[in-house]
Design a protein around this ligand. Structure first.
Ligand code: MG
Length: 362
């Protein structure tokens, strides 16, 4: 089975409510969907949500990278030669991790379809379902508290709160939510680089002193500030998770070598796809650092790919794969299914995706 052609398209999916972090506010999920078509007619699906504030990749840059450079590197190659295809993508151009991820996901989907193998089994088959948390957007304490109560009523047992734009207000936000949801609900915080190192230590120590029982805190400091991240990790009791700092395999290797974080958040769009995400999981497992599988605001194509890796690997102990439930519509036919806070993988080959409705070819 050879790769015959590659088509690029996009979907725009409205959100149920605006998504707000310390970095941005978003009203709809824009996703680029690629189809990698084999000479047998089989189609592999991949995606790349442009998230310029995190990856540096815009819609236009992703389209141009695939169309003008990366597609020609892998068209004509045998789908069996996964290593060769991934090496061709990696060496085909520098950076452009989202464009590479889209093609990587589609090629893995095709590989799974060729051998009748669901991807979660290809990646290790450790389990078939997992629990996801739900992200609560950054808002005034009262609104975040209402959103949190709504999520708990819907069956979520872990909440990820966006904080990081004002330490004093962040403490009020978390206090209000902990008081409202009670002690049984897990609370994770994501500061999205919003604090500096000392501010982070002061704020986190307050959370600890107030008994707010925070499970973990994501990315307290700037992405490039590895020493700041290590400072925070070394000076608080709460587990610190690297997200924006833990970009690709090389950055994760460095973070782990420095012991700069307690946990790693793997995202396919940072890593450049499943192939590199597997490397990250294996690095982390080697030093006993648990991982969370995260996502961007994206369609169920990428969520299914991420969930497949998370289910396959034992070291991925947490999932923050709620993007698809933040969407008002689901144009993806097949793939992972949801039951309250559970993601359940299908036993269909590859990603189990057969079509993306409303896909507009570019
Ligand atoms: Mg994060």
């Amino acid at each position: 089975m050879k790769i015959k052609s590659i088509e690029i398209g996009k979907v725009s999916i409205p959100l149920k409510k605006p998504f707000k972090t310390a970095l941005r506010t978003v009203h709809s999920a824009e996703d680029i969907i690629v189809k990698v078509i084999a000479d047998s007619g089989e189609v592999g699906f991949g995606n790349a949500p442009p998230t310029a504030v995190i990856t540096g990749d815009s819609q236009d840059s992703i389209i141009a990278a695939i169309r003008d450079t990366l597609a020609s590197k892998i068209v004509g190659m045998e789908v069996d030669n996964l290593e060769g295809i991934m090496a061709a993508l990696d060496s085909g151009m520098l950076h452009n991790c989202s464009a590479k991820a889209a093609l990587d996901i589609a090629v893995y989907d095709l590989f799974g379809k060729r051998y009748g193998l669901p991807l979660y089994k290809l990646f290790g088959g450790y389990c078939r379902s997992m629990e996801t948390d739900l992200t609560i957007s950054l808002n005034e304490p009262d609104e975040m508290m209402r959103d949190s109560l709504e999520a708990v009523a819907e069956g979520y047992t872990a909440l990820k709160l966006k904080v990081g734009n004002d330490p004093a207000l962040d403490i009020r936000r978390v206090q209000a939510i902990r008081d409202a949801v009670g002690p049984a609900v897990k609370i994770r915080l994501d500061a999205n680089q919003g604090w500096n190192a000392k501010e982070a230590v002061r704020t986190i120590r307050r959370f600890e002193a107030d008994g707010l029982d925070i499970e973990l805190i994501e990315q307290p400091v700037k992405a490039h500030d590895f020493y700041g991240l290590k400072y925070v990790t070394d000076h608080v009791e709460t587990d610190i998770m690297a997200d924006e700092s833990a970009f690709g395999p090389y950055e994760v290797f460095r973070l782990l070598s420095m012991r700069a974080c307690d946990l790693v958040n793997i995202k396919l769009m940072k890593a450049g796809g499943l192939h590199n995400a597997v490397k990250i999981a294996h690095f982390a497992e080697t030093v006993g650092v648990q991982c969370m599988m995260g996502c961007m605001l994206e369609s169920k194509v990428g969520i299914t790919a991420a969930a497949s890796l998370a289910a396959g690997k034992r070291i991925v102990t947490r999932a923050d794969l709620d993007a698809a439930v933040l969407l008002a519509e689901d144009p993806v036919v097949g793939g992972v299914s949801f039951d309250k806070n559970q993601l359940i993988l299908s036993d269909a080959p590859g990603l189990g995706i057969t079509e993306v409705l409303g896909w507009q070819k570019i």
